[in-house]
Ligand binder design. Structure first.
Ligand code: HEM
Length: 209
């Protein structure tokens, strides 16, 4: 019970991050009759989407939602003064895993070389490549080993969200809401805005005593 009390933040993230695997697995047909063969379930999509498009939709949407959420943590901290490193780490891992899954699904359905046929896929691919070192270094050990370089490395997440938004915008899918949330976050991070918010918060908490 004490474990749950201490770790409920990242436990919730893990549960939320795993839930979309259920519809995704439902779109697959696994046949054990001749070794193991995995294929797409017929017409598992909705709103006129094919099963493949539905798989891109679910995986892509969750990748960008986690990415937006994780980039909102610092502005959230500036605004409200609360943070949790373990939750941040779990959300970062959820972002990376959904981005990798999205790409793996694409390679499985279309083939790796198809990645280089459209500008939007190339933008997504560069984003996935940048996510790899971010994912591998999102732990305490790497943080200690890389010291100030860790922060520099993590700041590449700005390039990741930019490329991901570009990928989705060219595809003419939902991107504006994510761009807005991330954009407001960047305004809050600006040094002079950040200082004013923190000064305002400090003044308010001092007057509450
Ligand atoms: C090599 C990397 C990538 C490839 C090949 C790829 C491929 C695709 C494809 C084929 C679609 C479906 C397009 C359609 O239905 O017309 C798609 C949609 C999408 N992708 Fe990617 N993607 C990549 C990386 C990423 C990354 C890094 C993100 C964000 C974290 C992302 C987020 C999305 C989103 C949000 C959608 C729209 C889903 C929808 O609403 O239907 N993709 N991607």
């Amino acid at each position: 019970m004490a474990f749950i009390k201490r770790n409920y933040g990242w436990i919730i993230v893990v549960i939320l991050a795993c839930l979309p695997l259920i519809p995704l697995l439902n779109m697959l047909q696994i046949d054990f009759s001749n070794g193991i063969s995995v294929s797409l379930t017929e017409s598992a999509g909705n709103n006129g989407r094919t099963t493949a498009e539905m798989m891109y939709h679910v995986s892509g949407e969750f990748a960008i939602r986690w990415m937006t959420a994780v980039l909102t943590l610092t502005p959230w901290f500036i605004l409200f003064g609360t943070t949790n490193l373990f939750v941040r780490q779990a959300m970062g891992i959820a972002t990376a895993v959904w981005s990798f899954l999205h790409f793996i699904i694409f390679v499985w359905i279309e083939g790796f070389l198809e990645t280089f046929t459209e500008v939007n896929y190339i933008a997504g691919f560069i984003a996935v490549l940048i996510i790899i070192p971010l994912f591998l270094t999102s732990n305490r050990k790497s943080m200690k080993r890389l010291k100030t370089n860790w922060k520099k490395l993590q700041s590449f997440s700005y390039a990741v969200i930019f490329l991901s938004l570009l990928h989705v915008a060219i595809l003419e899918k939902t991107w504006l809401i994510y761009a807005l949330i991330v954009g407001i976050g960047f305004i809050v991070r600006l040094p002079f805005v950040k200082e004013r918010i923190i000064a305002f918060r400090n003044k308010r908490s001092a007057s509450n005593f």
